[in-house]
Write a protein that binds this ligand. Structure first.
Ligand code: CFM
Length: 542
């Protein structure tokens, strides 16, 4: 684990990764494994079906809809229509935190609501049971909103969750009930579920409360889910600089805030993958521009705050932002100075979701570490290559499955927050409005980019590169650690966090220092260190 190790030739690595695959699989996988060049970004195959049996890191559509986008809003009752397992495994597993204003405030996140479908419901239909469940939830809690999530069997037997929702909404009169056709099999990954969730939240929630709240600089934070308290740190910074957060989609959020979100003057997007649809739809209907920001990494946080200051164009706000950066940055720098001698030159690999494999590279860069290989589980080409490639992306049968809402400007509420000329002027100042460069632009030349990494490929990558740290999730954690490489969970943060903003960066540096410099890894013999054992991913025998 010495610093400044030699990085292997990526072309050779690529060959080795696909060598053992059958010809057809090798052909398909080779399009998803590319050698990066930030100047002329190569095309990467993404958002296509996983090769069966290859052991993917991906999750399902229902996970993306219920777990990711809707799950973190605390005062919605989220009823899962399906067998109990779908609920059990979606219950509190994402570490999205929330802070009700008082103990009397609604918070349904700790609960697990399920229709617990049985064989009888599969054979004779489950709508009756669903309506009973909705009624029960209403009688017990009188929530503002109830959302229903369809699991695979619901789609197969054809229960109409939308009709059930409409009927119950009408019956109650004071509770917004709506459903999602987010069956696990829709789309190729949880990414489909994000899109379906965006559509539903936009149709059924956004725009229901027109009250314009106080605040000079009002924005929504999109694609921040408060894992490990990330949103709390961003809220702290916003408050310090005088930015009013109207709604967060959806970390530490409430139904009321989302219903009011169209009154904000800017949308900033952290996780582009899960919520870029919402940014576009809100712009078309209400005239709110969106901007990609990143609050992961101290430098990125400072840069993002400056972008927001530039957008609002207010000198006082800009001055406050500078003052806050000047106050927070030295604390961050002090920790970097202390830790950097122990982390500089070390290498990292990140294979996570649809945005963190990009954002967390900033934190490693701040520690003097290099990301030698990275990839997303379920992102699309634009998350890798930048949004410029959007018009060229082929729409396949799987993406056609997901509804594209036809949005038009609202006859009363459409109000362009900036004129065309103002937007142009901002762009000239270097402010990227409605744009996202993607991960590859930021990665070094000859780093390896792999989409939907398979289990075999991850073992191979570790054998070849022997990185100092591997970032992924719980499914990979112990397999990787048994190979003598520490694994940082970038989904749940291994019980740590927050990692956003200035304080989050400090937390991250310290956690990474503890992991990459822990002597315990030297005590573990990795497979390639055992005498006489030919180096090979453990389960490939030929
Ligand atoms: Fe966005 Fe996320 Fe991610 Fe994601 Fe996720 Fe997540 Fe993730 Mo796990 S919304 S794409 S579907 S940043 S749950 S909070 S960590 S895979 S990289």
């Amino acid at each position: 684990m010495e610093a400044n190790k030699i990085i292997p030739d990526p072309a050779q690595v690529r060959e080795e990764l696909i060598q053992k695959y059958p010809a057809k699989v090798a052909k398909k996988r080779s399009k998803s494994i590319v050698i990066n060049d930030p100047e002329t970004i190569p095309e990467v195959q993404a958002n296509v079906r996983t090769v069966p049996g290859i052991i993917t890191q991906r999750g399902c559509c229902y996970a993306g809809c219920k777990g990711v986008v809707l799950g973190p809003t605390r005062d919605i009752v989220n009823i899962v229509h399906g067998p109990i397992g779908c609920s059990f495994y979606a219950w509190l597993t994402r570490r999205n935190q929330t802070k009700p204003e008082s103990l009397m405030d609604e918070n349904y996140i700790p609960y697990c609501f399920s229709t617990d479908m049985q064989e009888e419901n599969i054979v004779f239909g489950g709508e009756k049971k669903l309506k009973i469940a909705i009624q029960e939830a209403y009688d017990l809690f009188h929530p503002k909103s109830i959302a229903i999530f369809s699991t695979c069997p619901v789609g197969l037997i054809g229960d109409d969750v939308h009709a059930a929702a409409r009927e119950m909404k009408e019956k109650f009169g004071d509770c917004n009930v709506f459903g999602f056709s987010c069956e696990g099999y829709r789309g190729v990954s949880q990414s489909a579920g994000h899109h379906i969730a965006n559509n539903g939240v936009f149709k059924h929630m956004v725009g229901r409360n027109n009250e314009v709240k106080e605040g000079k600089f009002k924005l929504n934070l999109l694609g921040e889910y408060n894992i490990g308290g990330d949103a709390f740190e961003i809220e702290r910074i916003f408050e310090k600089v005088g930015i009013t957060l109207v709604a967060s989609f959806s970390g530490n959020s409430t139904v009321g805030a989302i219903e009011n979100s169209h009154t904000a003057d800017l949308n900033v997007i952290l996780c582009h993958r899960s919520i870029n649809y919402m940014g576009d739809m809100m712009e078309t209907k209400y005239g709110i521009p969106w901007m990609k920001i990143n609050f992961v990494g101290a430098e990125s946080t400072a840069k993002s705050l400056r972008k927001i200051g530039e957008y609002f164009g207010d000198e006082e706000l800009k001055a406050r932002i500078e003052a806050v950066i000047a106050e927070e940055a030295p604390k961050v720098k002090a920790v970097i100075n202390e830790i950097m001698p122990r982390t500089k030159g070390k290498t990292a690999m990140l294979f996570v979701g649809g945005s963190r494999a990009h954002h967390y590279q900033d934190l490693f860069t701040e520690l003097g570490m290099t990301t030698v290989a990275a990839g997303y589980e379920f992102a699309h080409r634009d998350d890798y290559e930048g949004r410029d490639v959007l018009p060229g992306i082929k729409v396949d049968a799987d993406s056609k499955n997901i509804e594209e809402l036809k949005i038009v400007a609202d006859p009363e509420l459409y109000n362009p927050r900036k004129t065309e000329a103002e937007l142009e002027a901002l762009k000239e100042k270097g402010l990227e409005i409605n744009g996202y460069e993607g991960m590859m632009k930021q990665m070094t030349k000859k780093s390896l980019v792999v989409d939907d990494l398979s289990h075999y490929e991850s073992e191979k990558l570790i054998e070849i590169y022997k990185p100092d740290i591997f970032c992924a999730g719980i499914k990979e954690k112990y397999v990787v650690q048994k190979m003598g490489i520490p694994l940082k969970q970038l989904h749940s943060y291994d019980y740590g966090g927050p990692y956003t903003g200035f304080e989050g960066a400090i937390n991250f540096y310290k956690d990474i220092d503890r992991m990459v410099n822990n002597p315990v890894w030297k005590l573990i013999k990795a497979p390639w260190e055992k005498a006489g054992n030919e180096l090979a991913a453990s389960y490939v025998t030929q």
